[in-house]
Design a protein around this ligand. Structure first.
Ligand SMILES: [Zn+2]
Length: 205
């Protein structure tokens, strides 16, 4: 495979990118100076060495010596440690942060397709259960907020999580809630503005 086709194929695997956009990316790179392409290749190469996945919330972050495997939010002492907002992906955290939320997070790693028989293959369900149990054991946990998109798969995933977490919430005495009205049907959390997310957080139930 020639480099143009190889790179096009690589871009096609990016979220939300189709074959036509992938080709446009490659064509754009071809028009850039060689130095720009080299810079990009270097940044991609360094990504693995400089980043790590948080041991607690599973988001990716730039490593620092002091945090010992935890992202800035999980390592912070000024957050409300009793609240966990469960989101689909890293990009959702940015929007929730801008809404003024001060609790912690858990990144599911996706949504569960409607026909899926084993949800664990698509999202970090086991890890989420483990996290709630661990936080509850430390007497830290007071609420888990399901911050999923108002899409069909988001709704389906929320229902699965509620089913799985409701018995835990009762046993470990934490509140289980979901984002309320504000997010219009079909909208993804990633693209919601901070005011909308703030209102959905305030009306959670
Ligand atoms: Zn974290």
């Amino acid at each position: 495979v020639n480099p143009i086709d190889r790179l096009t194929e690589a871009f096609e695997h990016f979220p939300g990118i189709g074959p036509r956009q992938a080709r446009r990316f490659v064509q754009y790179l071809l028009t850039r100076p060689a130095g720009t392409r080299a810079e990009l290749a270097k940044a991609i190469g360094e990504l693995g060495a400089s980043s790590a996945q948080c041991k607690s919330c599973y988001r990716w972050f730039v490593k620092t010596a002091s945090q010992k495997g935890f992202c800035g939010v999980c390592a912070s002492t000024s957050r409300e440690r009793g609240t966990i907002c469960v989101v689909e992906k890293d990009a959702d955290i940015d929007g929730v942060e801008r809404s003024g939320y001060r609790g912690l997070y858990f990144v599911l790693g996706g949504v569960v397709p409607l026909a899926a028989e084993e949800p664990e293959k698509y999202v970090r369900l086991r890890e989420l259960v483990h996290r709630t149990e661990a936080d509850a054991a430390k007497k830290e946990l007071s609420e888990v907020i399901l911050g999923l998109s108002a899409t069909t798969e988001g709704d389906h995933t929320r229902a699965l999580l509620q089913e799985k977490l409701a018995p835990l919430a009762a046993a470990l005495k934490f509140k289980l809630s979901s984002l309320g009205r504000g997010l219009s049907t079909g909208s993804e959390l990633e693209y919601a503005d901070p005011d909308t997310i703030a209102s959905a957080l305030n009306s959670r139930a």
